[in-house]
Design a protein around this ligand. Structure first.
Ligand code: ADP
Length: 206
């Protein structure tokens, strides 16, 4: 793998639509979408890590930084070995990480952040309604209870939002999270397509 992976962060509060937009983007060749929520949910619930995940996520809390980082790194490496993610040619679209300032610092040696997409929703009640509907549709315990949702939003404000200040503001792009799927995707593509172009001017190593 290259020393530092060319990366764009999908950033935003729970319910802003990072996962939906990330998977749309990931369907386009040249982008690889990786969600840490999905990564955690694929763990065997009987395994030690699976239990740790359940313990935290059921309360709407974040999994500790060291555990998260170690699993993330192993996971990315495995995806690259399996050829699903092609680190020399794909732009990595990270969704759900880094989620704390400590994670941001720990990840610096692994990722070269070329852009941050901040999906912003002006109305928090809309986000809560979205999370609630998703919980019912996808059977997600973390979003089923309103107090858990509110806890997740509070943790986002306290732990995650400060991550935005870590990056040079010239690479942070504010995008309205409310709109049609195609409309929001189009706004995201206007930011990420030029970034992908610059990655391709450096010939890929194999
Ligand atoms: P959403 O997309 O709704 O914000 P995710 O699906 O990304 O939520 O995450 C679900 C749960 O997985 C989180 O509540 C948290 O417990 C855990 N998680 C995901 N990413 C991280 C991370 N970077 N650090 C710590 N915990 C995480």
């Amino acid at each position: 793998m290259p020393d530092r992976l060319k990366t764009v962060l999908l950033f935003g509060a729970p319910g802003a639509g990072k996962g939906t937009q990330g998977s749309l983007l990931g369907g386009i060749p040249g982008y690889f979408h990786m969600s840490t929520g999905d990564m955690f949910r694929t763990l065997d619930k009987e395994s030690e890590l699976g239990q740790i995940f359940y313990e935290y996520s059921s309360k709407g809390e974040l999994v500790p930084d060291e555990v998260t980082l170690e699993l993330w790194h192993t996971y990315v490496h495995a995806l690259a070995i399996l050829g699903m993610y092609k680190p020399y040619s794909d732009l990595l679209i990270l969704d759900g990480i880094p989620r704390t300032v400590a994670q941001t610092t720990l990840m610096e040696k692994y990722i070269d952040v070329l852009g941050v997409i901040h999906l912003r929703a002006s109305n928090q009640e809309d986000m809560i309604a979205r999370l609630h509907n998703r919980a019912i549709e996808q059977n997600r315990i973390d979003d089923a209870k309103e107090d858990v949702i509110r806890n997740r939003l509070a943790i986002y404000e306290r732990e995650t939002r400060p991550v935005l200040n870590h990056y040079d503001q010239s690479i942070v792009h504010e995008i309205d999270a409310i709109g049609t799927l195609g409309g929001v995707l189009s706004n995201i593509l206007q930011v990420v397509a030029p970034i992908q172009d610059t990655c391709h001017t450096n010939p890929a190593k194999v």
